[in-house]
Design a protein around this ligand. Structure first.
Ligand SMILES: Cc1cc2nc3c(=O)[nH]c(=O)nc-3n(C[C@H](O)[C@H](O)[C@H](O)COP(=O)(O)OP(=O)(O)OC[C@H]3O[C@@H](n4cnc5c(N)ncnc54)[C@H](O)[C@@H]3O)c2cc1C
Length: 371
């Protein structure tokens, strides 16, 4: 009999538990500090959970080199088939984003829980503070039962309010793993000299991230004007690329409010109509009348990104140089790290949940079959 502990009953932890429970010789205990499992999975995709993407490419992640090797081991089809075998019906949209066909994140959680074997115990309300070596095995806090293998799947502070972030991952401190500080990714931008009158406006745009006037990344989508900055999926994706810059000074977002028509003659339109009411959102038209701007290149200077609690994921975490291709810690055999805890982050579109599930699958397969 092999005893396995999983720290965190989130996306990666539950997926690992499901895979491991296929082996009747395993006894699996999942320790979860919250009173409920999978809080972030339930919040994902605005409650719909965009769990995977049919077009997983290395360029969607911050560490293309690592992802290149990883995707040779576990790919989209494998994880999709795992969910299909659990009884999850999925729908794929035109952008390759995969959702449960119920478009309800709880369905994914239910399917994962329903497929756990009887050899899995989930202990909610259990905050892991220490993982220590004892009699050649691993001890969690001062629990009597010792574990042969431990999977760290405790996520990051993204989307979590400050009081719940205190001592986050404190159980890691004794291991002295190489880690980069967590910073918010997929979080939107606070803007310098923000035009507050745009608060509440939404617009279809082509958005470009610029540094020193040079384009870094461009994408079409919907921008949402908040009280002091901008958000929306397209902006969250720009924030992922902003995060990867070593020098974040002098960065701007350029918004093109006529993304589908490069030919339209705005000058001629103004000569005829004297405003842009027929072209853009009324709030943009009002701003335009006060102080004319280029509808195809409206510049906003980035002040900062929104704080961690507004981020969907974190950039940073345990460096991948610490782990083997099976997600085992090189310096601490039988300990594994999976999911968002690692310094791997993707853009919006199901890439982060894919990584959580796929990394968990990889570690579980290694524990199960040694490959
Ligand atoms: C609002 C929001 C929307 C999102 N939407 C999407 C989306 O549509 N598609 C997508 O791909 N990604 C999305 N993400 C990101 C995605 O949810 C995460 O990347 C993913 O859930 C990470 O999985 P994980 O298992 O690594 O961590 P988590 O799911 O966060 O699980 C970690 C678990 O560990 C527990 N834990 C932490 N510390 C301890 C401890 N010391 N002891 C015991 N338990 C502990 C936590 O309570 C938590 O339950 C979204 C995130 C947010 C916040």
């Amino acid at each position: 009999m092999k005893y396995i502990a999983i720290i965190g009953a989130g996306s990666a932890g539950l997926f690992a538990a499901k895979k491991l429970s296929e082996n009747q010789d395993f006894r699996i205990t999942v320790f979860e500090k919250a009173n409920k499992v999978a809080t972030k999975l339930r919040a994902s995709g605005g409650g719909k959970a965009n769990i995977l993407n049919a077009d997983i490419q290395t360029r969607h992640y911050n560490n293309a080199e690592f992802m290149q090797r990883f995707l040779q081991k576990v790919n989209y089809e494998q994880i999709r088939d795992e969910f299909a075998q659990m009884g999850l019906k999925m729908s794929v949209d035109e952008e390759g984003r995969v959702y449960p066909s119920s478009f309800f994140s709880q369905t994914v959680v239910d399917v994962l829980l329903n497929n756990l074997g009887e050899n899995v115990t989930i202990r909610c309300g259990f905050n892991v503070e220490n993982v220590t070596k004892a009699e050649k095995k691993w001890q969690i806090n001062d629990e009597k039962e010792l574990f042969d293998e431990v999977i760290f799947a405790s996520g990051t502070p993204a989307g979590i309010i400050p009081k719940n972030r205190r001592n986050f991952c404190s159980y890691l401190s004794d291991f002295q793993l190489k880690r980069t500080e967590f910073t918010p990714s997929l979080s939107g931008f606070k803007i310098k000299s923000y035009p507050k009158s745009l608060f509440g406006c939404k617009a279809k745009v082509k958005a470009t991230l610029l540094r020193n006037g040079e384009p870094i990344f461009r994408e079409n989508g919907e921008v949402v004007f908040k009280e002091d900055g901008i958000s929306g999926i397209v902006i969250l994706n720009l924030s992922a690329y902003y995060n990867r810059l070593d020098d974040k000074r002098n960065c701007e977002v350029s918004l093109n409010f006529l993304p589908d028509d490069d030919e339209y003659d705005v000058k001629n339109h103004l000569l005829k109509f004297h405003d842009v009411a027929g072209l853009v959102h009324p709030k943009l038209n009002r701003l335009f009348l006060q102080n004319r701007f280029n509808l195809r290149d409206f510049r906003l200077k980035i002040d900062d990104f929104y704080e961690l609690e507004f981020a969907q994921v974190c950039h940073g975490g345990i460096e991948v140089t610490e782990i083997t291709e099976n997600f085992e810690l090189k310096r601490f055999p039988h300990l594994y790290v999976v999911g968002e805890m690692l310094n791997i982050d993707g853009v919006c579109g199901g890439y982060n949940l894919f990584f959580a599930f796929a990394s968990a699958c990889c570690a579980a397969n290694f524990i199960n079959y040694g490959n």
